[in-house]
Design a protein around this ligand. Sequence first.
Ligand code: SF4
Length: 360
Amino acid sequence: MSDSVYIHIPFCKSKCKYCSFVSFTNGDKIPGYIDSLLEEIHHCYKDEPLKTLYFGGGTPSLIDIESLKKIINKFKFKDGCEVTLELNPDDAEPDYLSGLKDIGINRLSIGAQSFNNRILKLIGRRHNSEDTVKAVNMAKKAGFDNISLDLIYGLPEQTMEVLKIDIENILNLDIQHISTYGLKIEEESYWGHHKPSNLPDNDIQADMYEGVNNILEKNGFNRYEISNFSKKGYESGHNLNYWNNEEYYGFGVAAHGYIDGVRYSNYQTLDEYLNNKSKREQEHTLSKQEKIEEEIFLGFRKEEGVNVGKFYSKYNFDFEKEFSPVLEKYKDFIIKTPLGYKLNLQGVLLSNNILSEFLM
Ligand code: SF4
């Protein structure tokens, strides 16, 4: 049982060079895919009223309004349900945006990535910075008042100065939420086989993270999770559901879900997904230890941190007693909060090392 749903739309017009997400460029398969998705929802969803619904990709804004409406109509909703759709700036058109609003999408996550047109071209994006500005303004005109932009730092040829201009551009757009990602070259991406030159090194990437953090916090954005900043009241409810280690449905090719203590992942290729009645390729029932470890990792991602009382009530587990040597070892990086513990900014930069010590 869950009141949160992720839907994966695995189609893109072309492939960005850094991208390792499951996405395909054969758009002719979209109609069959939508049918298969509707079937999967019909078989798995148990009519729980939703508090969040998220269309991610891929490029969900490649899907026409009628098809999105058919999917949305499969669900029941709680009052105030957050319904997000990821939008590519080059898909923004006034009619499409009004259509999204009409069918109940109330939050847009726009893939800006950078405002430097040379870098956008280099990374294989189809849009330019003017498209992003237009998309945000059109979305506002269509009535959207909850807009998030994605920004990548650590890109080839990106300097601190270039990144500062990106952030200035974002701040000028007066939006509510920003997700920032440090570039990681994944093996499955184009760049995994053709490594780009002029990449900022790890130290510069860490400085960039600190720089982004400082500028955004000075400008009224709260870092409520390692990579996510929002104005008060505009945190992503859908992503908080993940970080709070709550359960959720995942529908679509390569989607992951977590229902009734079982983590599952769907088939990774379109053909396997389309041709299998059962869409799940793998299922794994979590042990108590795995649940505790996941909750620690996810908890430390949040500004709110790990909630010690919740560990006790949920798992009968004394976090402080169990981890007192680790908490002592990293006392310069882990801060005590009224409810538990969180990482400070330096701790976030060292989080891989620190969190590995919380494995049981
Ligand atoms: S980064 Fe996004 S838009 Fe680009 S190919 Fe990957 S999923 Fe598609």
